[in-house]
Design a protein around this ligand. Structure first.
Ligand SMILES: *[C@@H]1O[C@H](CO)[C@@H](O)[C@H](O)[C@H]1NC(C)=O
Ligand SMILES: *[C@@H]1O[C@H](CO)[C@@H](O)[C@H](O)[C@H]1NC(C)=O
Ligand SMILES: *[C@@H]1O[C@H](CO)[C@@H](O)[C@H](O)[C@H]1NC(C)=O
Length: 342
């Protein structure tokens, strides 16, 4: 056993050097390809060469030497240009004739069943955390997933989408554990606030589309952006954890992340989902809505996300689409880990 250690260390060192080199290449590649593959879907934006006002004054320069190749797959996994998708793939109906009953049963069973087990979800076990969470914002800290390692190496990054009045205990705990935390909250007083060494607040709300460039030009600066846009502007390639508590905007935001492949840049998702009404800009009859929710989550599964924790909030109204039925709660907190993510 002791004889194995130097060997293991040698391998680990080589791996480190390799990943460092890979990271460098990657950063160079991404820096050069400011123009991401989403462009073809936004002709007006592509024509003008800039999507949104740039805070760092780099837009003009990068606009001029705009390269139009598609960002290449980070691990060689993305073959060429993908056809832009406007819609997610809808799953077949749960029953031969569409019925809310069958859709709801299938969906509720799905969100109540973990797909992978996670042993360590307790943030309190990390250094610097004494408080016990009031709410179940569970992340998976098992050794087989990267989060715990990235926390230890202080490489972790958390994005938190919220609306003002929520408690920030989870964010503070993650920041205390060494995670770089970015909290997006449209209600704060100035554009960016830093609180402590690792915690930033940004006056931005994350949406499922960028503002119309014509409108944005008049308004000078907009506080609403897509997550992919924010990542580009901040120069961030990865988010270890994305937490969202956005009062029913989560469905369209999730759809946007899936359609633009932004989910692939995320290690774990912790979403509060609301089912007492369809959600912003989700339409159709009740069975159509539930089928759409279910289909969205199946797309996540297709991208190798696995649900490891599910929490039914019994303190909220117990209803699904305004009906007190199916023993459903209007609110669940769901946590996924991206099993493909390194
Ligand atoms: C809901 O709408 C879908 C699609 O328009 C339709 O196929 C289905 O029959 C409707 N379901 C119910 C229960 O009315
Ligand atoms: C998490 O750990 C703390 C201390 O390590 C313990 O007091 C608390 O009960 C644990 N919480 C859960 C939900 O296991
Ligand atoms: C309803 O849900 C609660 C909480 O999940 C559970 O304890 C209870 O057994 C359920 N009741 C029925 C009738 O399924």
């Amino acid at each position: 056993m002791p004889k194995e250690r130097p060997l293991w260390r040698g391998a680990a060192f080589r791996l480190c050097v390799l990943s460092a080199a890979l990271l460098l290449c990657l950063q160079l590649a991404v820096r050069r390809s400011w123009c991401p593959e989403e462009r073809p879907r936004l002709p007006a934006v592509a024509a003008s060469g800039r999507a949104v006002p740039q805070p760092r004054g780099t837009a003009a320069a990068s606009g001029r030497r705009r390269v139009t190749y598609v960002r290449s797959g980070r691990r060689g996994g993305r073959p060429g240009r993908k056809t832009a998708r406007w819609h997610i793939e809808l799953q077949p109906w749960a029953s031969p004739t569409p019925s809310l009953n069958y859709e709801a049963l299938r969906f509720l069973k799905y969100i109540s069943t973990s797909q992978i087990s996670c042993e360590h979800m307790n943030l309190s076990s990390l250094r610097g955390n004494s408080e016990v969470m009031k709410r179940p914002w569970s992340v998976c800290l098992d050794e087989r997933f990267s989060l715990i390692h990235r926390l230890r190496n202080k490489q972790c990054r958390l994005y938190s989408l919220g609306l003002g009045n929520d408690d920030n205990q989870f964010e503070i705990s993650m920041a205390n554990s060494g995670c770089e935390v970015h909290r997006f909250d449209p209600s704060i007083k100035s554009a960016h606030i830093q609180e402590g060494q690792h915690l930033w607040y940004h006056r931005l709300s994350v949406d499922w589309r960028d503002p119309n460039p014509a409108i944005a030009a008049h308004k000078l600066h907009s506080n609403t952006k897509k997550l992919g846009t924010i990542l580009n502007e901040f120069g961030h390639q990865k988010i270890d954890v994305l937490k969202a508590d956005v009062e029913s905007a989560e469905w369209k935001i999730l759809e946007n992340l899936i359609l633009e492949d932004v989910v692939e840049q995320i290690g774990q998702l912790v979403f509060e989902v609301h089912i007492h009404w369809p959600g912003f800009e989700v339409s159709g009859n009740d069975s159509t809505v539930v089928r759409y929710w279910y289909s969205l989550l199946r797309e996540l599964e297709l991208k190798d996300f696995r649900l490891f924790h599910t929490y039914k909030d019994l303190s909220k109204p117990q209803m699904l689409l305004k009906k007190e039925a199916f023993n459903a709660s209007s609110c669940y907190t769901l946590s996924w880990v991206n099993t493909r993510w390194k």
